[in-house]
Design a protein around this ligand. Structure first.
Ligand SMILES: [Zn+2]
Length: 119
């Protein structure tokens, strides 16, 4: 079975296996199941936990802006139950290594600069 077919058929397992592989390289293990992922799943469709857009699964090439991904809510913590959310690729990329509080502060600074530049 090709990779994009696996991703489309069981995207949460595919994503969690990817996390397991990345963590194994770092000498760590992932002790959680797909049911531990904070996930907005409506009748087999997945939605980003942050922006609520519908996510796509099983893209063949590079990720789309709305491809599903696993986000560590608090990046200082590992893939553990309560710290992993299903997010679109774009939200995950934007959030990057920021904690929720750092992201909030960063967003407020951007909003202030944009407002100052526009006036
Ligand atoms: Zn999103």
């Amino acid at each position: 079975m090709r990779v994009f077919e696996k991703r489309r058929r069981d995207p949460l397992t595919y994503l969690l296996n990817g996390a397991r592989h990345r963590e194994k390289v770092r000498g760590r293990s992932v002790n959680m199941a797909t049911g531990d992922i904070y996930c907005i799943d409506v009748q087999g469709e997945y939605f980003c936990a942050y922006c609520l857009q519908k996510c796509v699964t099983g893209t063949q090439n590079k990720p789309e802006h709305n491809s599903i991904s696993l986000d560590r809510i608090d990046p200082a913590r590992h893939y553990v139950p309560g710290n992993v959310a299903l997010a679109c690729f774009e939200c995950n990329r934007r959030k990057s290594w920021l904690s929720a509080e750092q992201l909030k502060q960063f967003s407020l600074v951007i909003a202030d600069v944009a407002q100052a530049a526009a006036s």
